[in-house]
Design a protein around this ligand. Structure first.
Ligand code: RFL
Length: 396
């Protein structure tokens, strides 16, 4: 038997591609190495840009999100002991949506499997891609119940299996370029069972290191603390975490942080990569499989959705034999990479701002504070920042 598209990975990218294909009546199978319960609980991103929500809405995938997501209109920088609120909605009329990634994933799984009748196989093992350079690629995997190897013959493979998946590993090293960047910085990523301590995202730019505060829901707040890369999360006791958060986010007139139990604690080594091109033969990569962007500017899930819209539409056009189908597939990688590189550049810029004073270098501290002050004194600088932060540019 032959299925038109095999999608590896049921994250935001793979599930969105699957939903687009199902809406177009195209057969596909999604293979996911984790269980449904696991992916519907895995905490990660929370910030979704307006254009991405519109893209989901146009594809009938945003009903719950629009009913339940928070809307953020401002962020606040704290430096030199003062609060500086940046009201981007007032400046641009645009806002951010806040909707935890596991909720979006649960919505997308439900729509794909339960509403659109899509085929999804959870907890599969040892996914392997074959013959992607030919017009008869296939995917094999081990079935969790029987332990048997299964074969799926297909026309196209969407590699949406994230940073450590089988998709990128199937690319021949001499045919793609992988551009990498290592910030040499770690972030302790924390989830606290505590209500947010402010109505918006807070960025603490402090000589001891960056600290971030991101409201996720009325009862849960994400925090970040800059730390050495590879640091041991166990060396961050409850007391040490809160002491550092209080210190790095302190500002005149600011309400004290509301403490609570830490329910997730892991160290992220800040790095990026970009695979170019994102295609090899009949294998197309999308999302983190193709490009990782450190969570500095909260861009990763947005890029995954951007890819999924482009790839879902291109595969649909090609499989329905529309005249522009082949062209859309041929242009997919380039179309995606324009936004990817723009977001990578912004993340790098923002990293310099977040981490400047913690270098201990008085020159870097001086230039970082100049950049920050410029956001609050130059309307042009503020407008440029808001455009990048919200991802509103129309130029992609
Ligand atoms: P995902 O979500 O990693 O999904 C890939 C799926 O593939 C499965 N898989 C496999 N399945 C079969 N066979 C294999 N060999 C497989 N290997 C893996 C996995 O189990 C998984 O279900 O990739 P996708 O769809 O490309 O989506 C990318 C986003 O998840 C990611 O970019 C964001 O989470 C990044 N990110 C953020 N992005 C934002 O836009 N806004 C944010 O606020 C934000 N915060 C974050 C983040 C990422 C974080 N971490 C953990 C790296 C905060 C954190 C802490």
């Amino acid at each position: 038997s032959r299925v038109p598209v095999v999608i590896v990975g049921a994250g935001p990218a793979g599930l969105t591609v699957g939903n687009v294909l199902r809406a177009a009546g195209i057969g596909c199978v999604v293979l996911e190495c984790e269980t449904r319960a696991f992916i519907e609980r895995r905490p990660r991103a929370g910030v979704i840009e307006e254009w991405a929500v519109r893209g989901l809405e146009q594809r009938g995938l945003a009903a719950n999100l629009l009913a339940r997501a928070g809307r953020h209109t401002a962020c606040e920088f704290r430096f030199e002991g003062e609060q500086h609120r940046f009201d981007y909605a007032e400046l641009t009329g645009r806002h951010h949506y806040v909707y935890p990634q596991p909720l979006l994933v649960a919505d997308l799984v439900h729509e794909y499997a339960d509403v659109r009748g899509g085929d999804i196989r959870f907890a599969v093992r040892d996914v392997q891609l074959h013959d992607v350079e030919t017009d008869h690629p296939s995917v094999t995997y081990t079935c969790p119940d029987s332990g048997q190897r299964q074969v799926l013959n297909c026309d196209f493979i969407a590699g949406c299996d994230g940073a450590r998946g089988a998709g990128r590993a199937a690319l021949p090293a001499d045919r793609v370029r992988v551009a990498r960047h290592d910030y040499g910085i770690g972030w302790l990523a924390l989830l606290a069972e505590a209500p947010p301590s402010a109505d918006c995202v807070l960025f603490g730019i402090h000589p001891d290191g960056f600290a971030g505060h991101m409201p996720r829901s009325p009862d849960v707040t994400r925090y970040y603390l800059q730390c050495p890369p590879g640091d041991d999360p166990d060396s961050w006791s409850h007391d040490r975490v809160w002491e550092q958060l209080h210190r790095r986010l302190a500002a005149t007139g600011a309400a004290p942080l509301t403490e609570g139990p830490i329910i997730e604690k892991r160290v992220l080594d800040m790095h990026d990569y970009v695979v170019e091109p994102m295609r090899h033969g009949r294998l197309f990569l999308a999302g983190d499989a193709a490009h990782l962007v450190a969570p500095i500017a909260a861009k990763g899930m947005n890029l995954a959705l951007h890819d999924a819209f482009l790839l879902g539409d291109a595969l649909t056009a090609r499989l329905h034999e529309l005249p522009d189908g082949e062209t859309k597939l041929a242009e997919y990688s380039q179309a995606s990479l324009r936004r990817v590189w723009d977001y990578q550049e912004f993340s790098q810029w923002l990293s310099e701002v977040y981490h400047g004073p913690a270098t201990g270098d008085p020159f870097r501290t001086g230039t970082t504070l100049a950049r920050l002050r410029r956001l609050f004194t130059s309307p042009n600088a503020a407008a440029a920042f808001a455009e990048q932060y919200l991802g509103t540019a129309e130029r992609y």
